[in-house]
Structure formats: C-alpha cells, structure tokens
Design a protein around this ligand. Sequence first.
Ligand SMILES: *Cc1c(COP(=O)(O)O)cnc(C)c1O
Length: 404
Amino acid sequence: MSNYLETNPNKDGYFGRFGGSFIPPMLEKPFKDITQAYEKLKNDPKFIEELKYVRKHYQGRPTPISFAKNLTEHCGGAKIYLKREDLNHTGAHKLNHCMAEVILAKYLGKTKVIAETGAGQHGVALATAAAYFGLECEIHMGEVDIEKEHPNVVRMKILGAKIIPATHGLKTLKEAVDSAFESYIPQADTAIYCIGSVVGPHPFPMMVIDFQSVIGFEVKEQFLEHEDKNPDNIIACIGGGSNAMGIFSAFIDEKDVNLYGVEPMGIGKKLGEHSASLTYGEEGIMHGFNSIMLKDENGEPAPVYSIGSGIDYPSVGPEQAHLKDIGRTQVGLCNDEEAVDAFYKLSQLEGIIPALESAHAVGFAMKLAKTLPKDKTILINLSGRGDKDIDFVVEKHPIPNAKF
Ligand SMILES: *Cc1c(COP(=O)(O)O)cnc(C)c1O
C-alpha cells in the first residue's frame, strides 16, 4: 500500500522535479557522508529502539487526539479534531526531528550539533535535544532576530547552547544559514549540521520527513478510536512544511483523505505582505534545493511576512511543492486577522492556546468546517502551543469578551 513512500524521494533526493542538492563543493562530501550513514542507520534496530524510547519516556508521545466539541458546535458543520503536537516537550512538533537528529549525531560519533534558527523555535528544540544527549550545540541567528526573539535566546543559553550572531546583510534567517554553513565546513569531522524543517539540500528533507512522520502514523491508529475510519480532511499550517509532512505522510496513498496545507496570507496579496509561497510563487533554487519560491524582481528570495514568525519562509519543502503539483494536496489560506480570531476562539472555546502558526490551520479549518455536513470530519495538526505568542497578541489584538 505504501507505494508512494517507498519511491519518494529518489536516490538523488528528488520528489518529482523538486528537491535535489545545490551546494558549494565544500559541502558535498560531508552531506554525502550523512546521507550514507542515515541510509544504514534508519534500519538499525538499536537506532529505532532508542528513538522510540525517548519519544515515549522523554518527549511525551504518543500525543493525544482531542475532539474540539465546542469549536465544532460554534462552526456548525464538520466535526473538528486536534492532533496535539502542542503537548510535546518544549511545546511543538520540532522536537520530533531534533531528538532524532541528535541521536544520529551520536551514532556518527559527533560531539557537536550546528544549526541556524529564525524565530528561535528550532534553536530551542535542538538545544534541548543536545542537552539531553550531552552534545555541544552551536546556534546561528541573525542579529535582528536575536533582538526580536529575546526569550528564545535566553532559553537556548540556559540550555547550554552557544549563540553566534549573523551580522551581515539583513541579519535574519538567510544570513544565519550562511553563517551556520561557514562554521560547519571546517568542523565537519566532529560536528553535524541539523536543519529545522523539511527543507535544504538532500538528504535533509528526506530525513526530517521520516522523523516527523510519527505524527501521521500515530493518527492512523488513534483516529479509529474516535470515528472508526480515516479523517476525511487533514489540515496543517505550512512554513517549510515539516509538521504538515509529518501528518500527511501516512495518508498520501489513502486517496479518500483530503490533505490541506495552509499558507499565511498575512495582511494582503502584494509581495512582502504574505508568505503564501505555493500560491504565488514560482519554481526556483534557494537554500540548496529546487522548489516553489517567492522571488523579488532580481530573482532573489522575496521579503515575506506573517504574524506567525515560524511560517514566514519564502519557499516550501520540495515534497510540498511536488504533492501540490501532482494534485495530491490542496492549499488553504488564512490571513493574520483570521489567525488571531482562531487563536482566541480555540483558547476560549477549548481551553487550548495555540501557537500563532498553528492558529492558521485552525482558522482555515473553521472556514472549511462551515461548508461541510455534520457527518464529515476534520483533523487539525495543532503544531504548537501559544505561550510564546501571548504578550505580542494581547498587546496588538485586545482580548475579546475580557471579563475584567
Ligand atoms: C516552526 C513551526 C512551524 C512551521 O514549521 P513547519 O516546518 O512548516 O512545520 C509551525 N508551527 C510551529 C508551532 C512551529 O514552531
């Protein structure tokens, strides 16, 4: 049955025409070494056992599926369920791949992990995993982001990570990637590079998809307890696409399940006002892989915006581009205002404060639910919890129905 999973990506890391590896020659050998080591390790019973152990006894997996009864009644249509990735240790799905990446590092005999981070969520998850397994952790972050995301910077430092500011160019994510690669090349014997989503050159999208796919495989069993069938619709927000691939993977060959990746429409349709890469983007190469991306007039990655700082990325992982291209997935849209409304609705109706990123999936699900009959089901991948966003949201968007 899992025809698709067995044949994607191909040996060069392509999903259809998307993916591949476009990297400086200096990175070719270390990345090829990682690919070969991973191909062996992924079938090693010890590696699999260790990953299962930490997921169960440290991370808190399996995460439950909750029926959102009040939200369902509020929308008045399809039944809405939530896959609770917000209940992972550190509060989001990112630990699914970070724990696995650090176990991989350990099996390869490396003593250090290196990565970039944008809003700091990947940095915090990787610093957590590195602390648990006793490896050094070096995080590259744009100077502008260091200012903006102060709590995450402090968290990483408390967890023992070393923060290296990227001080050139716009001093944000792209520069942090450059800085991380530059630092990694001379350290490749003792360190490993760990990416934060299903993006980057081969083998990283493949590895992160594998590590995140635990979400969907849990759903396959768990959803039967609720409905005795597959969900009719699965919805996840897309930044790079890792939480979405995590829940989609197990269902790609199940054609009766509609898969929706939700893109942030920000504050408008003009370039720079949103980060809807699949909706408005074109084919191109960025950060080492071929995909669909938002380009500016010079063909460079365009400036992007979303209220959800973990989903404002000008491209998407190659498999997201491919699945849309072959018509297996559909794109849903949710703007800032709808996301904030969903943030408060889920909080006040269900007692769950979602991450602003995840609130985009909730916002689109609420629109879809209203168009569907009551016997249909929607499962939202609730990628993370919203504690990190509360101060920002209440300052900019006053609490509705506040009782004080
Ligand atoms: C990082 C993040 C995302 C976006 O990343 P994907 O790779 O698209 O999943 C979404 N939600 C939360 C809570 C995040 O931290």
